[in-house]
Design a protein. Structure first.
Length: 67
């Protein structure tokens, strides 16, 4: 059983040669999560340091399938 993976770099993206499917995207928008928009206050417990995520929207420019 081969446990090694081979990274492939393309246009700032990385995927693995051994992957069955790779979806390559170009970032077209980002926004920092605003905690005041959480609909459920229980989510706050997941961010004790208030280090909220950044959300990205991407445009798919290539899909690679290894059959």
């Amino acid at each position: 059983m081969n446990l090694e993976i081979t990274p492939v770099f393309e246009n700032g993206n990385v995927y693995y040669k051994e992957a069955n499917l790779a979806v390559l995207c170009k970032k077209i928008y980002y926004q920092d999560i605003d905690s005041s928009n959480f609909l459920d206050d229980k989510i706050q417990k997941n961010y004790p340091k208030k280090d909220y995520h950044r959300m990205y929207i991407g445009e798919i420019y290539k899909i690679i399938e290894n059959n």
